[in-house]
Ligand binder design. Sequence first.
Ligand SMILES: [Zn+2]
Length: 55
Amino acid sequence: MFGNFEPIGVEKGKKDTLKIVYKCNKCGMIKRNVVARDDNFDKILEIMSNPKVEF
Ligand SMILES: [Zn+2]
């Protein structure tokens, strides 16, 4: 089921990449998106500084 995917945390991936972890607010499905270097880094820092889950 597709609800809204909300960012819940940030993971380190391979080769210095970062992944933003999203969770569906309806079914709890987790998905990850690799962050591009020119993505909004302020947003990433905001998620990292305000995690909703612990990894
Ligand atoms: Zn869902």
